[in-house]
Design a protein around this ligand. Structure first.
Ligand code: GTP
Ligand code: MG
Length: 169
């Protein structure tokens, strides 16, 4: 039996959560991705360190009108992926809110992965790869992975990272 790893994906509306998850689940990128209503579910079988894993992705809506629905989905999460858009500084600043929510509602051993999406929009970049979350100490700062849901060739290495974090819980 594969081991279940529950992953919750959070971040402001339009940072590319659904676009990235579709790529991770094996689908193609689409320019016109509809904004998520409440929560959607994706899953992907993956193998890491010879272990079969069922990655369960919970894709949450970033729009404010759904905010009070999201907290219940944090329960039992092994990994949280907080996403911002490198071409939108406000979405990076919002991580403070998202990580507070995570600390409040997710299990205390839930692992955090930070992703800067839309890395293909280099000429519109508003967040430097060196930018740090101001409220987090250097030693506890999660690594930021830059990615583009649009130009991503193979999702293998990101799936490996997520699965490894999930197994480490
Ligand atoms: P909500 O569901 O409202 O929370 O938004 P979301 O975070 O799921 O964003 P979504 O995946 O719907 O993407 C928003 C828009 O950004 C869509 O038009 C996507 O096509 C576009 N987009 C997503 N990822 C990328 C990327 O890596 N590069 C570029 N250029 N556009 C992207
Ligand atoms: Mg979405």
């Amino acid at each position: 039996m594969p081991e279940d790893v529950k992953v919750i994906v959070i971040g402001d509306s339009s940072v590319g959560k659904s676009s990235l998850l579709k790529r991770l689940a094996g689908e193609d990128f689409v320019e016109v991705q509809e904004s998520t209503v409440a929560v959607e579910y994706y899953h992907r079988q993956w193998k890491v360190r010879r272990k079969d894993i069922n990655l369960q992705f919970w894709d949450t809506a970033g729009q404010e009108r759904f905010r009070n629905l999201i907290p219940r989905y944090y329960a039992n999460s092994h990994v949280a992926i907080a996403i911002f858009d490198i071409s939108n500084k406000a979405s990076f600043t919002s991580l403070e809110f998202w990580i507070q929510e995570l600390k409040r509602y997710a299990p205390s051993d839930c692992k955090i992965i930070l992703i800067g999406n839309k890395a293909d929009l280099k000429e519109k970049r508003q967040v430097s790869p060196k930018d740090k979350l101001p409220w987090t100490s250097e030693s506890k700062h999660p690594k930021i992975i830059e990615i583009s849901a649009k130009t991503l060739k193979k999702p293998n290495s990101i799936l490996d990272s997520i699965a490894s974090e999930g197994l480490a819980v």
